[in-house]
Design a protein around this ligand. Structure first.
Ligand SMILES: Cc1cc2nc3c(=O)[nH]c(=O)nc-3n(C[C@H](O)[C@H](O)[C@H](O)COP(=O)(O)O)c2cc1C
Ligand code: SF4
Length: 367
């Protein structure tokens, strides 16, 4: 019944046992809870887990270069492999200007600035950061994706995803990037940072599969501030493919409200099952590479239809696998009545993250 969903697929030489992937998801849990959550998701039957926000930088406790960070990723890779699942590192460069953020801390602590108020303030800082950075520094950061990919491979990751949002996404967007040099202006120039990052990864790990998380933004109505306008896809997609991307993970661009990129059921624009697949249709016009859809994928029949029709080649799920890590195993075994379908309430997952309690689910006690 779900024939396409459980067929293997090979991307950039890497064979995934089926078409279901855990979308990159920062969980904000203690190390022990985090490992248990990732173990449960990997054991639930998905083909690959994408570990969100693996920094390319050399500093910080979760760096691939620190002893603690590297050991953390090595342990995760072992744990996921033991469940018969693959693991991908989402290579990420933040575009937050931490020095500029310090001035908001008193306002946050006294609750004069809410987390919702903070987002537009941080967007302004990100825009300033990518606009004012020297070209040499931009080239240096883009190049750093290469050695980070080598470290990821050494830790045991099977694939890397270049996070096309955050710094890549801010460089990509005319709303965020106001440069007048070779990294700004035309879509070709705004694509340069991301293309250099992918090129660096391809050169550093020639045999490794590379995914690109492609954030798309739209006007009329306006959604997403970073990333690539639909009209700019004919420039960005072929450039990224030529640089070495083996697949695209397509979603709404960020630097907007979190409830747009992680939309609840009552969202005015993205309420439907498969809410961002319209962007896959746009990307498909410019590439034959495998596309991974994400966003509100919860219904086995719907997911199978999208895969069987060839609209997408992979289906990524974040909240659905948080709600029920066993979704793939249950669907494959035809145990549909036992599924805990994500209702997109955002109460305990995004809500838990925003309240600094970590990502949980209203179903947690039932799993
Ligand atoms: C709690 C939470 C944390 C997330 N963290 C990340 C992240 O670290 N990197 C990323 O690219 N996307 C992140 N996302 C976005 C998801 O990958 C996904 O695109 C989004 O949730 C829509 O898919 P869904 O409807 O299956 O949840 C996160 C989503 C949630 C719910
Ligand atoms: S808390 Fe609600 S939106 Fe979040 S994963 Fe659970 S059911 Fe889905």
């Amino acid at each position: 019944m779900y024939e396409t969903m459980f067929q293997p697929i090979t991307i950039g030489g890497l064979t995934l046992k089926n078409r279901i992937v855990f979308a990159p998801t920062t969980l904000g849990l203690s190390e022990e809870e985090y490992r248990e959550k990732i173990r449960a998701i990997a054991a639930g039957g998905c083909a690959m887990v994408i570990i969100g926000d693996v920094p390319v930088g050399r500093h910080g406790p979760m760096s691939l270069y620190s002893r603690k960070g590297f050991a953390h990723y090595q342990a995760l890779c072992r744990l996921v492999h033991q469940q018969g699942c693959l693991i991908c590192a989402q290579l990420h460069q933040s575009d937050s200007d931490f020095k500029a953020m310090i001035k908001y801390i008193p306002g946050i602590l006294t609750k004069r600035i809410s987390m919702e108020d903070l987002r537009p303030l941080l967007n302004q800082q990100a825009s300033k950061l990518v606009t004012e950075m020297s070209a040499d520094r931009a080239a240096e950061i883009a190049a750093s994706f290469g050695p980070a990919a080598v470290r990821a491979a050494e830790a045991g990751f099977d694939m890397v995803q270049v996070h096309g949002d955050r710094m890549c996404g801010s460089f990509s967007s005319a709303l965020m990037n106001h440069r007048t040099d070779k990294y700004g202006g035309s879509p070709q120039n705004r694509a340069r940072f991301a293309v250099e990052a992918v090129t660096a990864v391809r050169k550093a790990v020639p045999g490794m599969a590379i995914d690109y998380k492609l954030p798309v933004r739209q006007e009329n109505p306006h959604y997403g501030n970073a990333g690539v306008l639909v009209e700019e896809l004919p420039v960005f997609v072929p450039l990224l493919e030529r640089a070495g991307a083996d697949s695209f993970h397509v979603t709404l661009a960020n630097h907007a409200k979190l409830t747009d990129t992680i939309p609840p059921k009552n969202h005015p624009e993205f309420s439907a099952e498969g809410c961002f697949l319209r962007y896959c249709d746009q990307v498909r016009q410019y590439t034959a590479l495998p596309l991974c859809g994400v966003g509100g994928l919860t219904d086995p029949d719907f997911v199978e239809e999208q895969l069987a029709s060839g609209r997408i080649q992979l289906a990524a799920m974040s909240r659905q696998l948080i709600a029920d890590p066993q979704w793939p195993n249950k669907v494959e075994a035809g145990r549909l009545k036992e599924l805990h379908r994500c209702v997109r309430c955002n109460k305990a997952c995004l809500g838990g993250m925003q309240q600094h309690k970590g990502v949980h689910c209203i179903y947690d006690k039932k799993n």
